[in-house]
Write a protein that binds this ligand. Structure first.
Ligand code: G3I
Length: 344
């Protein structure tokens, strides 16, 4: 009966990541879920550099323009993802050896892409994942060739090219204390340089067995104290173990990851389904408690069949991390999340 966006109206924007098939409106059932439940969309892949800027002197905006048109038609805001990221770079950039070429790419890419969509996007993840787990700057091509001021420079260029779009720093695990401290240093550095930043995106790739609520709450409070908005930009809850030291997701250090690679191909046992439901409930309770500081909650995909977690850390898993199942039915977690608000 209820929908996500109606239920949380006035609290925060509710978004989802989408892909090319979804903007082509191939599946009417999925299409209706998107327009009924979400206020906002993030391109899961199609605004990344490797898609939008395949060659030095060639941009390909065909899919990203389509996405913007689709969003306009359905009254959805668009959260752009992402201008500067060390991963999914076009091969011409990955091959670059000299700093001048990297700088030229960096400047042209931000200027061209950000100015094209100025005012058409609600926000940009200007820089994605620039930090190591210990809070130091990630050893990437941008750090190596441009030096550690590249994040400040990216925000400055993005602001010039796109003054009417909100600018975010986006990363995973920045709720964890050491990495959080690094993110705070980075944001303070941007602000100290007199450069505009609107918010920070906590990606929110967690595991049903490890949802760091206390750290998440501390992160919301500390980021917000910097005078910026907090968004949860890529929310999902894996039900499968991840290998030790894997980046981007859970920290189940002791699981036998090979043995448990794909244990739920026949469907999710009730006990695991319940854990997923409880996990989402505890998160949305926390989000509501801090809704004055949080602008948006975006799910990293509409339904389980779409999730990147079926292909990470290896291909061909069967994961169940989202609020809609493979048959596009709302899961118990979906109804519980609505209930949290109704009883809040
Ligand atoms: O489109 C091609 C297809 O033509 C080809 O046949 C197939 C074979 O591998 O690959 C397809 O591309 C894949 C693409 O997803 C679309 O499915 C890429 O290989 C694959 O690497 C890519 O994965 C994406 C990943 O970022 C890349 O790093 C995931 O969908 C996407 O969910 C994930 O999103 C990231 C965020 O951007 C940043 N935060 C972490 C998050 C999860 O990793």
């Amino acid at each position: 009966s209820g929908t996500l966006k109606d239920t949380f109206k006035g609290n925060f924007t509710i978004g989802t990541a989408i892909n090319a098939d979804q903007i082509r409106e191939r599946d009417p059932v999925c299409g209706k879920i998107i327009t009924d439940n979400f206020d906002a969309v993030t391109p899961e892949n199609i605004m990344k550099a490797e898609v939008i800027h395949p060659e030095w002197d060639r941009y390909d905006f065909s899919l990203s323009d389509k996405l913007v048109d689709y969003a306009k038609k359905h009254n959805l805001e668009v959260n752009g993802h992402t201008l500067i990221w060390h991963s999914q770079l076009p091969s011409f950039v990955r091959r670059m050896k000299d700093a001048d070429s990297v700088r030229q790419y960096f400047t042209n890419h931000i200027k061209t892409v950000a100015s094209r969509y100025d005012g058409k996007l609600e926000s940009w993840d200007v820089v994605n994942e620039a930090l190591e787990e210990d809070g130091s700057m990630r050893r990437s091509i941008f750090l190596e060739k441009l030096g550690d001021n590249f994040v400040v420079e990216a925000f400055k260029l993005a602001r010039q090219a796109s003054p009417n779009t909100k600018l975010y720093y986006n990363d995973y695990n920045i709720e964890e204390p050491a990495k959080r401290a690094g993110a705070i240093r980075l944001i303070k550095k941007i602000q100290a340089a007199g450069v505009h930043i609107d918010g920070v995106g906590i990606q929110g790739h967690w595991n049903i067995n490890h949802i760091p609520l206390k750290h998440i709450e501390d992160a919301i409070t500390e980021f917000s104290a910097l005078g910026i908005k907090v968004a949860f930009t890529e929310l999902d809850l894996s039900v499968l173990p991840s290998p030790p030291n894997a980046t981007g997701a859970d920290v189940n250090q002791n699981v036998q990851y090979d043995a448990k690679l794909n244990p739920y191909t026949e469907g999710l046992p009730d006990s695991v389904q319940q854990k997923l439901t409880d996990g989402y409930a505890s998160l949305f309770r926390l989000f509501l408690k801090h809704s004055d500081k949080i602008g948006r909650i975006t799910m990293w995909g509409v339904h389980d069949g779409q999730s990147w977690l079926n292909n990470w850390p290896v291909m061909g898993r069967t994961n169940y991390p989202l609020l809609f199942d493979r048959q596009l039915k709302p899961k118990p977690a979906f109804y519980q999340v609505l209930k949290i608000k109704e009883n809040y």
